[in-house]
Design a protein around this ligand. Sequence first.
Ligand SMILES: Nc1ncnc2c1ncn2[C@@H]1O[C@H](COP(=O)(O)OP(=O)(O)OP(=O)(O)O)[C@@H](O)[C@H]1O
Ligand SMILES: [Mg+2]
Length: 385
Amino acid sequence: MLERPAEMFKREREWAALAEFATDNRPGALLGIVYGRHRQGKTYLLRSLCQATGGFYFPADEAADRESLNQLGARLAEHVDAPAPLAFDSWHQAVDALLSLGRERRIPVVIDEFPYLVRANPQIPSIIQNALAPLRAERDQSRSSILLCGSAMSFMGRLLSGNAPLRGRAGLELVVPTLDHQLAAQFWDIEDHATALMANAVVGGTPAYRREFARDDTPAGPEDFDAWVVRAVLSPTSPLFREARYLLADEPDLRDAGLYHSVLAAIASGNAHRGGIASYLGRKAGDLAHPLTVLEDCGLVTREADAFRDNRTTFRIAEPLVAFYHAVMRPIWSDLEHTRDTARLWQRSRRRFVSNVLGRISSTSAATGPGTWPSPRCSATTRTG
Ligand SMILES: Nc1ncnc2c1ncn2[C@@H]1O[C@H](COP(=O)(O)OP(=O)(O)OP(=O)(O)O)[C@@H](O)[C@H]1O
Ligand SMILES: [Mg+2]
């Protein structure tokens, strides 16, 4: 078994699945799909895998089809030490070149940001399907473990569903989830339970938010929490400031952005059921089936059966940063962008944070037991909020 890099936080399950897939000693090319919401560490895992095994990693870019083929040819040439970029006339040739990488030994072959390629050329999944057809010599003689990765959740999920071309071809489907609140507390290095829970209610368990986004600025303790929210999230110069908006903008399936923002705002302001969301938007409950399903497919909303009432569904925002944005930031967006006194705006918004964000977590995490709810200072305010 491949050793997990020492600096990699957790992800034992994901690493084990990838390592097994990348070292499978049976003959024949393999296909796997890796997906998960943005910035959870997919690229980090796959690059680490390629580093550990001498695998091939290709990060696709938003580009025209021809340019992507050229970029792949250039990367492949680099990988095999060819003197000049490989020239491909078509994806058929390119996929066979990826298969030939595994002619001598098992090797992972990663195509990251796969949805970019398919957006420019929708034929690519069928081309891969045909290249991996059973009894095809190029497939049987290859030991490439091809991994297609992307963060457009609904698109990646659909790759293997129904009568999609790649259904039946893939031997691995790995979803890289957000860190849960206990892992997130460890990752953020926050020992105080209450502070960890409150920080989690703001930035959730997305690894990149601590590293690249907050540049490792974590709340030092309960007394630093307010100042941390102001400097790390609410300050217009912090990368986290606009992140919730970008998350929505990045989802190709969310075409009518205004509608989706309003549905999320309805949920964030306390409407957990279809009827409440509908009346917040001034629409009929039936009109919400599609947007709620799309938000769910993107991993932004979860639906749960209501514990107390049959046939009733409760909707929750799955990404804390999005819930925080809608409950706290969006109502005062322009003020946040222009104020010189963010700390004062935060003090005035704190009540919304406690009632609409923390209050909601306390009711949904009641089942997770003691030790998850912050100190009396917060819970007391919640009850009045
Ligand atoms: N297991 C981990 N241990 C340590 N750091 C991690 C881990 N996972 C992710 N990170 C940090 O999070 C950052 C973002 O991860 P990465 O770019 O791999 O996410 P991604 O899922 O590929 O995002 P996108 O969908 O936007 O491409 C990494 O650069 C790294 O700093
Ligand atoms: Mg990535």
